[in-house]
Design a protein around this ligand. Structure first.
Ligand SMILES: Cc1ncc(COP(=O)(O)O)c(C=O)c1O
Length: 574
């Protein structure tokens, strides 16, 4: 072969290589969700540029262009809520305020209840707190003695009611108390827990950890170790704990270059899984079935009414089965992150609910019987932490508190109790029961022309707002006033325990409707033809730009106020 031919062949090979690379890259791009959520790195860059700005005393009430009389109603609404809070929750509010500068969790959560431009004014006017000291049935009592219905579900831990978990902890502690907190050795109860977990998961081996986050870290580490591949695939919007290895976007400062965030329910994603050879595992959080490609909606991001949720069991089952097949064919480890859905959707969790078997499953939350836990179950060859033929090539995972005897005790109670007929009956009925309850709640709201609908997956509910609005996040305060206890993310996720009786739920419906009627009366859902979701987004964007470039705001004369005035005038003319 002469020099020219060799050069020609080399150039052709390089060209083929480059074209293939570009093609693969384009394919990957196509598999990303078109929203910013699907482009997590860009999202992170962009969000860093968003400057702080706030809506002050007057603008707070008419940032949607509402008339003066509506603004007045809203102001009166806030006054009423403030008085009610002062009267009903004085000790709770004081106690929470005292923690705000010393407990970073409280500082964070109280600053992230509503969209940030409204935060400072609202915080000044409506101080809330969440200091509780007793539970009974589906209710929780704060330190002022108020009993509220619990819709928070303790982040999903509470599947069967707090009394159930009190029992698990008491009885479990009784079983292990003569051993105490001995670590490193195991209490014999571990045998029974491991056996039951193997049956529930349909997998060979188990490892115990201390939180869901840690269980996910371990599952992903093992998937990389055994496949020798670098990347994990997570689906757009899915939460898998606060480890930066599964949180490549907002919330984490480290650049994460070994994660692909791909679209849920997308053919392009399946194509990527089929064609790339660097994917070690696909991580699925089955709760995403309720709102594919969206985050668990916090009211802090509720800037308009575009929150979506739409669960279709058939479609999602088909999707999971497709992923299952592709993972099997391509040596990709399929991990179900069932920290939330495990032992809730069914006895065997999402694996049973959707009838799909994963290669590894992570559990947490409720499985600890009320105590902290994380668990990985997996196929034997994936769970092994060393290689027979490479003795120093290990996958290290230990943890001081793994398999803590008290956690083993409470877990044992939990795993025993859920096998009993009354709990099996609950599992059996739950899906229909919650679909019917949600349908009833929606019907009542429709009858009352309330611009709210609830979507649900089983016992997990989310509030959707059907008319464009900038103030939907106010709803959480009206719910609170009616004695409904939400988690800090507000109306985006309400997690119901399965011990809610019909009577309890009827009370929830009444209070929900009353809260919405009060909110409506106070003018927060005022409408105008110009007030579309798109227009709200534009207003927010414009405010951001003006805050970033104040000169521009000055040039545009009066910036935001001017625009509101224009909009108000338009509304009056229209
Ligand atoms: C699906 C999923 N994975 C992981 C985690 C993290 O678990 P933990 O908060 O126990 O670390 C959560 C927590 O909400 C979760 O819902």
């Amino acid at each position: 072969m002469n020099y020219e031919t060799a050069l020609y062949i080399l150039t052709a090979l390089v060209a083929v290589y480059i074209i293939r690379k570009v093609f693969m890259r384009l394919r990957l791009s196509r598999a990303k969700h078109p929203s910013l959520r699907g482009h997590v790195k860009w999202l992170r860059r962009i969000t860093r540029l968003i400057p702080y700005f706030e809506y002050g005393d007057n603008y707070f009430f008419c940032s949607d262009g509402a008339t003066e009389s509506i603004a007045k109603k809203r102001r009166q609404g806030i006054n009423n809520l403030r008085q009610l809070i002062r009267k009903k929750f004085p000790a709770t509010v004081l106690f929470s305020a005292s923690l705000e500068n010393s407990l970073s969790d409280v500082r964070f959560t109280s600053a992230h209840k509503v969209p940030f431009p409204y935060r400072r004014y609202l915080h000044k006017e409506l101080k809330l707190g969440s200091i509780v000291e007793e539970t009974n049935g589906v209710k929780v009592k704060d330190i002022d003695g108020n009993w509220s219905y619990d819709l928070s579900g303790s982040y999903g831990v509470n599947v069967f009611g707090y009394d159930f978990y009190k029992d698990c902890i008491d009885r479990g502690s009784e079983k292990v108390k003569i051993l105490g907190p001995v670590l490193g050795s195991y209490h014999p109860l571990i045998r029974k827990n491991v056996d039951k977990l193997r049956t529930v998961s349909g997998l060979d081996e188990v490892s115990f950890h201390m939180s869901g986050t840690e269980a996910v870290m371990q599952a992903v580490r093992l998937a990389r170790y055994h496949t020798g591949k670098t990347h994990l695939v997570r689906l757009c919007g899915a939460y898998h704990g606060w480890w930066d290895g599964v949180q490549p976007g907002i919330g984490n400062q480290r650049k994460t270059n070994d994660v692909y965030t791909l679209s849920d329910l997308s053919k392009a994603t399946l194509k990527v899984l089929t064609t790339r050879n660097d994917i070690a595992c696909v991580l699925i959080n089955p709760i995403q079935a309720l709102h594919p490609n969206s985050d668990a909606s916090s009211d802090a991001t509720l800037i308009n009414s575009t929150r979506e949720a739409n669960f279709n069991r058939g479609t999602y089952t088909k999707w999971l089965k497709n992923i299952r097949d592709i993972c099997t064919r391509n040596n990709i480890v399929l991990i179900f992150d069932e920290v939330f859905t495990g032992f809730r959707l069914a006895h065997r969790g999402a694996q049973e609910y959707f009838n799909v078997q994963a290669d590894m499953v992570t559990y947490g939350k409720t499985l600890g019987g009320g105590l902290p836990v994380g668990v990985v179950c997996g196929k034997s060859h994936l769970m092994k932490r060393f290689k027979d033929d490479a003795p120093v090539n290990i996958s290290f995972a230990r943890g001081t508190f793994n398999s803590h005897p008290y956690v083993m005790g409470a877990m044992n109670e939990f795993l025993n109790r859920i096998e009993e007929p009354d709990i099996q009956q609950l599992y059996h009925e739950a899906d229909n029961l919650w679909n019917n309850r949600v349908a009833r709640l929606n019907q009542r709201m429709e009858q009352k022309s309330i611009p709210i609908r609830i979507a649900n997956l089983h016992s997990i509910l989310t509030v959707l707002y059907t008319l464009p609005g900038r103030y939907n996040w106010m709803f959480q305060f009206y719910l609170k006033a009616e004695g409904l206890h939400l988690s800090w993310i507000g109306s985006g996720r309400m997690i119901m325990s399965l011990n809610y009786s019909e009577q309890d739920f009827n009370a929830i419906i009444d209070r929900f409707v009353l809260a919405a009627e009060n909110m409506n009366t106070d003018g927060w859902w005022w409408q105008s033809p110009q007030l579309t979701n798109k227009a709200i987004k534009r207003m927010m964007l414009r405010d951001m730009v003006y805050a970033r470039f104040p000169m521009l705001g000055n040039i545009m004369r009066g910036s935001v106020q001017e625009c509101v005035r224009e909009l108000t005038e338009e509304v009056h003319r229209g």
